[in-house]
Design a protein around this ligand. Structure first.
Ligand code: TA6
Length: 296
């Protein structure tokens, strides 16, 4: 389906092109920023405000194949987070990120680009998850990146889902970053078997494999990246959990689609609703989770 165009020409502003691995992507090249959005997984793989270094990390070993997740950018996690609790053979982080989405529209809002995609339940999704849903994804590319995931229960029975915008921030050196916005919060430490701990008063630093779910956290997260001489801000709306992940040395080596030397160049700060904060949707109801990535 050809996306609708607004009154302003999209020439030179937005195009649809074959991306990595030949997967179709929307390329935005506006006065404010550049961005790439793959229809595969509705996956934002690149965002670079004018005059800035890229904001998102993308592994040079990432796969770009149907049915496979892209390593980097903003993986869209739905309807479960991590391994599926009832069937470990199901794909990690759900079905949305390895499914091709429909491109609904590309439009201009001044110098900002707005790209809208959708995904509905189908026979193939029902094989993985037996519920009727409609997803709508709105990506606004400007001097910041705004991502809005709307989930609608399209069935006659209530169901619960988990979600995350699994953002891979590009940092100059993860060993030197300081992450503010999580002081005093409780978290589940997956490196320690899911132990529940409480964060101290200081910003979080990365000194080893880090894989934590910070519970009931709604504040902005600010990643100070001194080696990159910038701060990256993650603003969240209707996201109750924040996941912080860096694989460090051993886990990086264990990931086939992640180069061994890439782990200092990334830090995942994920806007999420998982576990006890999974979202319950009654028939016909919707839930909108939003995240905004900005450079300071
Ligand atoms: O969000 C952190 C996490 O759940 C880690 O445990 C690690 O598995 C990471 O996601 C990457 O998962 P993926 O399925 O994309 O390799």
């Amino acid at each position: 389906m050809q996306p609708t165009k607004t009154h302003q020409s999209l020439e030179g502003f937005a195009s649809i092109e074959p991306g990595d691995g030949g997967l179709e992507r929307v390329a935005i090249n506006s006065p404010l920023a550049q961005a790439h959005i793959h229809l595969h997984g509705a996956h934002v793989t690149h965002f670079q405000p004018r005059g800035q270094k890229p904001v998102l990390f993308l592994s040079r070993k990432s796969l770009f194949q149907t049915g496979k997740a892209i390593r980097g950018g903003v993986p869209l996690v739905f309807p479960w987070f991590g391994p599926n609790s009832s069937d470990p053979n199901l794909p990690a982080h759900g079905l949305a990120r390895t499914t091709k989405w429909n491109l609904e529209s590309i439009s201009r809002d001044g110098d900002r680009a707005v790209v809208e995609l959708s995904l509905e339940s189908s026979d193939s999704t029902r094989n993985l998850w037996p519920h009727e849903f409609e997803l709508h994804y709105r990506i606004t590319v400007g001097s910041n990146l705004q991502i809005e995931l709307t989930v609608r229960n399209a069935s006659s029975n209530a169901w619960a889902f988990e979600e995350a915008l699994h953002t891979y921030l590009a940092v100059a050196d993860a060993r030197k970053v300081a992450v503010a916005g999580l002081a005093g919060r409780e978290y589940l430490d997956k490196v320690q078997g899911g132990r529940r701990l409480t964060e101290g008063s200081e910003p979080v630093t990365i000194t080893g494999e880090t894989d934590r779910v910070y519970l009931d956290t709604r504040d902005d997260i600010v990643v100070d990246d001194p080696a990159g001489a910038r701060r990256l801000r993650v603003t969240k709306e209707l996201s109750d959990d924040t996941v912080v992940w860096n694989p460090w040395i051993a886990k990086a080596k264990a990931l086939a689609d992640f180069a061994d030397d890439e782990w200092p160049a990334m830090l995942c700060i994920e806007s999420a609703n998982i576990g006890k904060n999974a979202v319950n949707l009654s028939p016909g109801a919707t839930h909108v989770m939003k995240t905004i990535l900005s450079v300071e």
